[in-house]
Design a protein around this ligand. Structure first.
Ligand SMILES: [Fe+2]
Length: 353
């Protein structure tokens, strides 16, 4: 009989960078000439934001933020070790990595076999000094379960969820960072990570996936917006159907939503200088309360306004929790003003036992 464990975490790329670089996204945004000088003036920022930025552009705050994230990774890792799944399914965003102009599926399943990836050969890793002192050709084996992935695709299609699938990468020979970082961060102590992984990318970036290449352009740039992401409600249904399919099988499965919450660089109403923490707190309160209705009523426009595109991964997860009747056993909200995004970690009681 299947047993299902639900977990949520972040794949925040600057965790893999040095303390000195961790506030690099904010420093880059502050260099945008299209953002007015008043908005960039720390004297006009909320007091906790100015305090976190400090006199050293966030360098002293970096180890504090890192310690909070390590606490989250260690807790999620401990939950995984206690459950010891046969396979881990990860919902993550593809930020103009594997999917580009020639194909943007709303969501898909990467039914990859065992792979070996080289994290330091990815584009982002090349640009910043790293947190780990590892050689450029450092290799990470990532096991797959294409047999389970194939069955999952078949079950989803039978359930009315027309999911795309792939047996090999389209553009990203490594693994999109949402998935790779999830493995690297859960194994940040480098003790090993043997659980097989099935990646389920979601087109979280929607209208900006190609227009901003899953990142950002200068504030004043005219964007030719792409079609939107799947809606939050639809992704809850996709998550529910995924849980339903796996719960009917024989496997012990951990399902992880991997992403930070509101991203400063996606939040125009804060001049991209800080995340929309009020919007994040609203969703988090509903998550803790098991209030699926509030999440179901969230619109794509609200998600985009709040820079919460990546939270769409969590909509799939919360849809799975709704389907399974799973109860939240632990969660924490890591708030930050200057490190681009708030982060949430969460675990639900395993179901099916
Ligand atoms: Fe991401």
């Amino acid at each position: 009989m299947a047993e299902i464990q639900l977990l949520g975490m972040t794949h925040y790329p600057p965790f893999a960078w040095s303390d000195d670089s961790m506030a690099g996204i904010m420093r880059a945004i502050l260099g945008d000439p299209d953002i007015p000088a008043e908005a960039k003036d720390p004297a006009r920022w909320p007091a906790p934001m100015a305090a976190e930025w400090g006199a050293d552009a966030g360098r002293a705050a970096a180890p504090v933020h890192r310690a909070q994230l390590i606490e989250g990774f260690d807790r999620v890792r401990a939950e995984l070790e206690a459950f010891d799944p046969d396979v881990i399914l990860i919902w993550g965003d593809d930020q103009y990595e594997n999917f580009r102009e020639d194909l943007i599926p709303p969501y898909s399943i990467l039914a990859y076999p065992d792979r070996v990836v080289r994290p330091y050969e990815t584009e982002v890793a090349k640009r910043f000094p790293g947190y780990w002192d590892e050689p450029d050709d450092f290799e990470v084996p990532i096991a797959g379960r294409p047999d389970i992935a194939r069955q999952l695709v078949a079950d989803l299609l039978a359930d009315g969820i027309d999911v795309a699938y792939a047996y090999q990468p389209l553009h990203d020979d490594q693994l999109p960072h949402a998935f790779l970082n999830t493995v690297l961060f859960l194994d940040h102590r480098r003790t090993g990570f043997d659980w097989p992984v099935i990646c389920m990318p979601i087109n979280c970036y929607g209208s900006k996936v190609i227009a901003s290449r899953g990142g950002w352009k200068p504030f004043g740039a005219e964007l030719v917006l792409d079609p939107p992401s799947p809606s939050p409600r639809r992704l809850m249904d996709v998550g529910a159907a995924t849980a339903r399919a796996l719960a009917a099988g024989p496997w012990r499965v951990s399902m992880i939503a991997s992403s930070s919450w509101s991203h400063a660089f996606l939040t125009d109403h804060t001049w991209r200088l800080r995340p929309d923490t009020d919007a994040d707190r609203g969703l988090y309160t509903a998550l803790v309360a098991g209030d699926h209705a509030t999440w179901e009523a969230t619109t794509t426009d609200a998600v985009v306004h709040a820079g919460q595109q990546e939270v769409l991964n969590w909509f799939a997860l919360f849809g799975a929790a709704r389907e399974l009747g799973a109860s939240l056993s632990w969660s924490t909200f890591v708030e930050t003003w200057i490190f681009n995004s708030n982060k949430v970690f969460a675990a639900w009681e395993p179901t099916g036992r």
